[in-house]
Design a protein around this ligand. Structure first.
Ligand SMILES: Nc1nc2c(ncn2[C@@H]2O[C@H](COP(=O)(O)OP(=O)(O)O)[C@@H](O)[C@H]2O)c(=O)[nH]1
Ligand SMILES: Nc1ncnc2c1ncn2[C@@H]1O[C@H](COP(=O)(O)OP(=O)(O)O)[C@@H](O)[C@H]1O
Length: 205
């Protein structure tokens, strides 16, 4: 029996643009139907971050073992730390027909694009480069040298914008969430139309 898999939604964009903020806001909305995939990382936890909730915090050896065992859908090294998406969780959730939401950087997103071409890829863009820099500085979670690396990385990351299905500006968090929800709803409608067409064709065989 034909069963529609869940939709893989990828939210990506430069560090400091507000991905985490927008994602957290989306997941507080009662009608949000996506499952958030918690990533693995070798980065140290920030104050208040909880293992298994914000990230699964891993040692470098432990992470490299996951890579060798093929347990990651994608991974990337980002400013000195590994980040990656657990493959089994994503597959099991999609197979159960539920949507999965990934919040990842651009190199990993490109790997997901190659493996899951029917995913929905959304790039979160800042209103301007200077606003991006002031958000990174204003967050105050990194030291000056790390902020400088992230800002220079952000310039490269912005060049990847044209590889995405949609670009959403994060001017206000609520606006960005509304735009993302509208895009996901439209994608569901499109997929339903395609599925109906397919099932009608099968019946007519
Ligand atoms: N490729 C990849 N990137 C991830 C993953 N999880 C988080 N990231 C990205 O890694 C970058 C650094 O994350 P983090 O250190 O938490 O900083 P922050 O997102 O800027 O607060 C961000 O761009 C995240 O979106 C993942 O599983 N895979
Ligand atoms: N729309 C917005 N307007 C102003 N500040 C924002 C907005 N979205 C996020 N921020 C702030 O920008 C900083 C970086 O946001 P964060 O979600 O940590 O970014 P990312 O996860 O992309 O690195 C945080 O201090 C956050 O409060």
């Amino acid at each position: 029996m034909y069963k529609q898999r869940g939709l893989l939604i990828v939210l990506s964009g430069p560090s400091g643009v507000g991905k985490g903020t927008v994602r957290k806001e989306l997941f507080t909305q009662p009608d949000t139907n996506y499952e958030y995939s918690i990533s693995m990382t070798t980065r140290s936890p920030r104050e208040g971050e909880v293992d298994g909730s914000d990230y699964f915090f891993k040692s470098r050896d432990g992470f490299e073992r996951l890579i060798e065992e093929g347990k990651l859908l994608e991974y990337a090294e980002y400013v000195g730390n590994y980040y990656g998406t657990p493959l089994d969780y994503v597959n099991a959730t999609l197979d159960a027909g539920r949507d999965v939401f990934l919040e990842i950087e651009v190199v990993g997103a490109a790997q997901v694009r190659a493996k899951v071409p029917d995913g929905l890829f959304i790039f979160l863009a800042p209103p301007s480069l200077s606003e991006l820099e002031s958000r990174l500085v204003g967050r105050g979670t990194e030291k000056a040298d790390v902020i400088a690396s992230r800002i220079s990385k952000a310039r490269e990351e912005l060049e990847m914008m044209n590889l995405y299905d949609y670009v959403v500006e994060n001017d206000e968090v609520t606006n960005a969430c509304d735009r993302i929800n509208a895009i996901v709803t439209a994608e569901h409608c499109r997929r339903e139309r395609v599925e109906k067409r397919y099932l009608t064709m099968l019946k007519g065989e």
